[in-house]
Design a protein around this ligand. Structure first.
Ligand code: ASP
Length: 263
């Protein structure tokens, strides 16, 4: 039996101290629930889906119920999930689904595709009676951020997932890195990665896959340090959480702050 491990994040950016405290408190509570489930024998895929669902429902983060509206005032969400046994699902630009991470898992398990977007994704979700996203009258005044999780279970299977409402004031139809496998999320025999930050930077950098390749040679923290150094030199804005196949954790960011747990 493998030792289990879970790591969660609540985004990276210019997060003020008081907001970071709120994020950290929420992450800790959610991590404790997820970690207990892993210890009880839940598979990593279900734990990643569960903790991200809790973060989407919390309304505290820029994901699910807490998502930022786009430039025209409505929410469009993205999410993805992947497992070390080579399965992946993703969803882009959905407006009506409360938990995009659950939809990403359904796309992975119930279709032959990796990604569905927009109206087609919403119609697919209707078949499974997923809870609906209810638009709010007002959105947070404080900066909130994308969420993600990576877990390794007792069988040694690694899963990673990411969910977001995207960047504040984005154009309608804009999709960031979070639902892009190899950019915002990746999992393989070598480890699992969930990213956050400026999606445009992360996509062009190929962040999650870059880390996955480094994990063939280096432990999680070394791989993260390498991409963070390169990212800083290039002026990119991102943060990542990583678990390698031995259960080592790696965390790093090029931004002012990042929220993650355990820390
Ligand atoms: N990476 C997300 C996006 O660009 C935003 C974030 O992580 O805060 O959509």
């Amino acid at each position: 039996m493998r030792e289990v491990r879970l790591i969660v994040h609540g985004g990276a950016g210019d997060i003020p101290e008081d907001v970071l405290k709120v994020f950290q408190k929420n992450l800790k509570g959610i991590w404790e629930i997820g970690n207990k489930l892993l210890e009880d024998g839940w598979d990593s895929l279900s734990v990643v889906e569960k903790v991200i669902t809790l973060m989407e429902d919390s309304g505290v983060f820029d994901a699910g119920m807490g998502s930022f509206p786009n430039k025209e005032g409505y929410v469009e969400m993205d999410a993805s999930i992947m497992t070390s046994d080579g399965r992946a699902g993703a969803v882009g630009g959905v407006r009506t689904v409360r938990n995009p991470i659950r939809l990403a898992r359904l796309i992975m398990e119930e279709t032959s595709h990796v990604m569905l977007v927009g109206e087609g994704a919403e119609r697919f979700a209707e078949r499974y009676n997923l809870p609906s996203f209810v638009p709010k009258e007002s959105y947070h005044k404080f900066s909130s951020d994308t969420v993600g999780a990576v877990a390794i279970d007792k069988r040694g299977i690694i899963s990673a997932g990411t969910s977001t409402g995207g960047t504040k004031g984005k154009l309608p139809g804009r999709v960031g890195d979070s639902p892009i496998i190899s950019a915002g999320t990746y999992a393989s025999f070598w480890g699992g990665v969930s990213a956050t930050g400026l999606g445009e930077d992360i996509i062009k950098f190929g962040l999650a896959k870059k880390i996955d390749i480094l994990l063939r040679q280096f432990p999680a923290q070394t791989a993260v340090d390498m991409v963070v150094n390169e990212g800083k030199m290039k002026g990119l804005k991102f943060g990542v959480i990583v678990l390698d196949r031995r259960g080592n954790i790696g965390v790093g960011y090029t931004t002012k702050a990042m929220a993650w747990y355990p820390r």
